[in-house]
Design a protein around this ligand. Structure first.
Ligand code: KQY
Length: 359
């Protein structure tokens, strides 16, 4: 099997120009409260904001097609596709750029963040097919990876470096028989990078087992933004310090030492009684309980053409987060949209979007 790297493909950084963005319409009532109505409004707001700067495609089930069409701006293309849930970052392809302007993409085998050992739902067969279907629609070259991974488990700087979290990528609930060396080789071969910088753990309570896209991201080559906690009583205090220490000790693929910018973690957020009560429990779906800590992070934003689309949570840290993002992305408008309804489903704006690079 030829790998993307051998074929001359690599994943561009998220800040490189996009041809568009892919999203999936939320619908399953065992993850999204009140029949997914509040989540649909939140996803529609994200789609509308991104559609101001780049084309957006919303994938929608046959049942929800008319409803989604009615709630989305005309500019958003609505396409019918079967899925198990709504996480385009994780089930969509990680798009690649190849020789002579070729478009490619990685299909990561998907097992709902842990399969039958701690995964979030069963079945996940439709989600597993989404990346391949998107690549078919785009006539892009398909590369099926050998090991389970999700798009939210990696970030790249577009210059040969990837970021990943051991707790997630090396978790036995994804690939019980793969070694660290196997996974590192796969990341290099399928993302077209030369170096992987490993962080130990993700944001506590993150049900993905610690996706990097909720913890840290490149904002440009050589600079990583990290979700930071100042409260020693909070589990994220140690996590953020350990991550910073690894980042400061690392060199990227170009031999640069990294700079770390800190963004505060949001004021702690918990699932309310009324929110938990609005979720329809099923034996094979998510378990959500009132009082559970939500794995909130301002790092979970999308870099659109000309704009940053970031979550806000209606808490005091929102304004500091906005100031940090504005200082790091002075060339883009920072748009903060309510992120709580998406967070209740276990992720945020980065997790529900997938950029397709311009060629
Ligand atoms: O972090 C992400 N990329 C996705 C979060 C998925 C949560 C599933 N409930």
């Amino acid at each position: 099997m030829v790998t993307p790297r051998a074929a001359g493909f690599s994943m561009p950084a998220e800040w490189a120009p996009h041809a568009g963005c892919w999203m999936i319409w939320p619908e399953r009532p065992d993850n999204w409260r009140l029949g997914a109505k509040p989540a649909q409004a939140a996803f529609a707001a994200v789609a509308a904001a991104i559609a101001r700067t780049e084309p957006v495609t919303m994938l929608v089930s046959a049942v929800q097609f008319a409803n989604a069409r009615a709630h989305l701006p005309e500019a958003v293309r609505v396409v019918e596709m079967s899925t198990n849930d709504a996480w385009a970052r994780d089930v969509g392809p990680s798009f690649l750029r190849g020789p002579h302007g070729a478009l490619g993409g990685v299909e990561w085998p998907f097992n709902a963040w842990g399969g039958l050992q701690g995964g979030l739902y069963f079945p996940w067969d439709k989600d597993d097919q989404v990346a391949g279907k998107i690549l078919e629609l785009e006539r892009a070259r398909r590369f099926r990876a050998p090991y389970v991974l999700e798009g939210g488990a990696i970030h790249v700087d577009g210059e040969g470096t990837a970021l990943a979290v051991e707790q997630c990528v090396l978790n036995a609930n994804r690939n019980p028989h793969a070694s660290r060396a196997d996974m590192e080789q796969m990341l290099m071969d399928y993302l077209g990078v030369e170096r992987v910088i490993w962080l130990a753990c993700g944001v506590p309570e993150d049900e993905t087992d610690g996706h990097v896209d909720n913890l840290a991201c490149f904002v440009r080559p050589g600079i990583v933004l990290l979700s930071w906690c100042e409260n020693p009583a909070d589990a994220h205090y140690e996590v953020s310090r350990a991550a910073e220490a690894r980042l400061l000790a690392a060199r990227d693929a170009r031999g640069r030492k990294l700079k770390v910018a800190r963004i505060p973690m949001p004021t702690p957020l918990f699932m309310r009684d009324d929110e938990a009560a609005g979720i329809d429990p099923t034996p094979t779906g998510m378990r959500r309980a009132a009082g559970g800590r939500l794995a909130a992070s301002y790092v979970n934003f999308y870099i659109a053409n000309g704009a940053i689309i970031a979550p806000s949570f209606d808490v005091p840290t929102d304004e500091t987060a906005r100031a940090v993002l504005e200082s790091l992305f002075s060339d883009r408008e920072v748009i903060m949209l309510p992120g709580r309804e998406i967070l209740l489903g276990g992720g945020d704006i980065h997790c529900i979007t997938q950029q397709q690079p311009a060629l």
